[in-house]
Design a protein around this ligand. Structure first.
Ligand code: AMP
Ligand code: MG
Length: 414
């Protein structure tokens, strides 16, 4: 397995970019695929190149309501043409447009034979059996040419594309009822810790509800992975070993939270080394830092830190790209970020890449950001009240109000 050497010592030695790149380069797309009906492909990854079986659109047609004419008939002044018929979307004009003639057309109608241009209705004046039209700005205007969207035989969608609403529409416009998509990778996840209680029963003193299985369920499901929730596993070597072994038999990927921090790793390390090849990393990230990655039997293994916000930060900043690669996504989509002034003071010492959570808002034409509340690595409310990560690079020190910072929005329009 091509991973960087294990990180020892007390200093973080792997940058966020290195960790993400290593994971991305190590995981490969799943090989299995299946044919599914178009609607079931929403969110899935296309496993084949789709080529257009015919020109899209299939014939020259009218882009506007108006009059189909021969551009050569239109002089620079007013033009009176004889109306010889009408073409509707779905009901073509069966004749031919001759010199001095025009056909009334609706948007989507087949462009009548002989005509090459559509003059918009708003510029026309109908008088009995004729229409008066102004000069033509551009011969060929308001006509959608056959194949101008996609020519027959040309690739319409590449393999590796995630299917969204526009892709569903495009696939339907090609007349395809079924397409091949990658098999959904199966991911088993569980939480470790003696202090964890599952929801549905009262908390005993010293317990916390296990929230990580819920955030992970959300993040993994939304990415389109098939999830297997293996529950809470006590900090007990036999339970842990049994659960890891079972997960490795059933899943492509195992994700756990907790148990990789300095105090706890010693406990889990011997179990993992009996079952596979796992490396413990110290990553220059906050929140987060400890993370384990490797192979357990036939499955990839990601051991994330236990703190609830650290789980999400590590997931989005380090793990997600690799999971998308495993799904077959290609290319991995870039994540837009931009610089805006920050209202809040943020304390930071150089060394780690930090991801405080922020609220991005618009004031007049300008965007600004402020911290979204208590930034503790266990404080999920500051994540729910945020709409972006603020990304402070390794070398940066504290931020003063008004300083520009880089922000990464959680969501775009799609
Ligand atoms: P650990 O990484 O196991 O040392 O845990 C770090 C912190 O995260 C501790 O305060 C744990 O109680 C908390 N924690 C660990 N796992 C979970 C979980 N599944 N849900 C909520 N909090 C957790
Ligand atoms: Mg723990």
């Amino acid at each position: 397995m091509a991973v960087t050497p294990e990180c020892g010592g007390s200093e973080p030695s792997l940058s966020v970019a290195e960790a993400r790149k290593t994971l991305l380069e190590t995981l490969n797309p799943v090989t299995g695929w299946e044919r599914v009906p178009v609607r079931s492909a929403l969110g899935r990854i296309l496993a084949q190149v789709l080529t257009a079986p015919f020109d899209v659109p299939a014939y020259d047609n009218c882009a506007m309501d108006g009059f189909a004419v021969r551009a050569a008939d239109l002089t620079d002044t007013e033009n009176r043409l004889r109306l010889v018929g009408t073409a509707f979307a779905g009901a073509a004009f069966s004749g031919r447009v001759g010199p001095g003639e025009a056909v009334r057309v609706m948007t989507g109608a087949v462009l009548p034979e002989g005509a090459d241009t559509v003059m918009i209705q708003e510029a026309a004046r109908v008088q009995l059996e004729s229409v008066v039209l102004p000069a033509c700005d551009r011969p060929g205007q308001n006509v959608r040419r056959a194949g101008e969207d996609i020519a027959a035989g040309r690739p319409a969608l590449p393999a590796g594309r995630r299917i969204g609403p526009a892709e569903l529409g495009l696939i339907a416009s090609l007349g395809l009822a079924e397409i091949a998509v990658y098999r959904r990778p199966r991911v088993a996840f569980f939480s470790t810790g003696d202090e964890l209680a599952s929801v549905g029963r009262p908390l005993a003193p010293g317990e916390v509800y296990d929230s990580n299985r819920y955030t992970l369920y959300g993040a993994l499901t939304r990415l389109g992975l098939e999830v297997m929730d293996l529950g809470v596993v006590r900090d007990d070597p036999e339970d842990l070993e049994r659960t890891f072994a079972e997960a490795a038999r059933q899943a492509d990927l195992i994700i756990t939270t907790g148990g990789v921090s300095v105090g706890e790793a010693d406990y889990i390390r011997p179990i993992l080394s009996r079952l596979g090849d796992v490396h413990f990393w110290r990553i220059a990230i906050k929140p987060g830092r400890p993370m384990a990655f490797g192979r357990l039997g036939g499955a990839w293994f990601f051991g994330l830190p236990g703190n609830p916000v650290a789980v999400l930060v590590c997931f989005y900043q380090i793990v997600q790209d690799a999971l998308q690669r495993l799904q077959g996504l290609d290319p991995i989509p870039p994540r837009p970020s931009f610089r805006v002034p920050c209202d809040s003071a943020i304390r930071k010492v150089p060394g780690r890449r930090e991801f405080p959570r922020g609220w991005l808002y618009q004031e007049g034409v300008a965007w600004r950001v402020r911290l979204s509340g208590n930034q503790g690595s266990g404080v999920l409310s500051s994540m729910t009240e945020a709409n972006c990560f603020i990304c402070l690079p390794e070398e940066s020190a504290s931020v003063s109000p008004g300083d520009p910072v880089e922000v990464q929005p959680f969501a775009g329009i799609l």
